[in-house]
Design a protein around this ligand. Sequence first.
Ligand code: FES
Length: 209
Amino acid sequence: MSSDVAAVAPPLTRREFLYYLWGASIALFMAEMGGALVWFAFPRFKEGEFGGIINVPIADIPPPDAGPKDFPAARIWLVNIGEGRLSDGRQPDEYAIKPGVKALYKICVHLGCLYKWVPTNDRFECPCHGSKYLTTGARIDGPATRNLDAFPFEFVDAQGNVLAKSGLMGSGKVEEGDAVEIPEGAVALRIDTGQRIQGAPNTEPGGGT
Ligand code: FES
């Protein structure tokens, strides 16, 4: 008799077939769950909408010491701190400020109301519990316990080259950032509304209205 007859695998039993089918279903389910987790884990903000990069033409930035400019869709008050603001006696001494642009988040850092710009008092005021802030972002009164939050940004030229940026752009840090003056040749400001910078702690004077 010949001994080189090829061995033939026995057919799957019904039990084995169901076992493999069950395993494949579990593997498929896990792969779908993994994909869903990745989908939800990464933000999907488009450029130009809140949560993504907001492009602001230089012409839309208010002049130094003018009132702030409202960008409702971006949830930003854009301010330009000039020499007049630097010498504002209401500015708390412990928060050194620089001239230039800041992109302030429009939400009050106390309990989340929308604060307003009040030109007659030359300051932001929150209608909910009376916190008050200067255009530098400094809290000067009310129950809030820190300065306003802001967003990091960068100035770019017509080719998209970065000419200057706030110290925190892309850094992942959350400390209060400095203002940055508009550099020569800048055509646009790019604000990253996906990376909020927390205002510095500030509780003096406290509890006013
Ligand atoms: S939410 Fe603005 S002062 Fe309370």
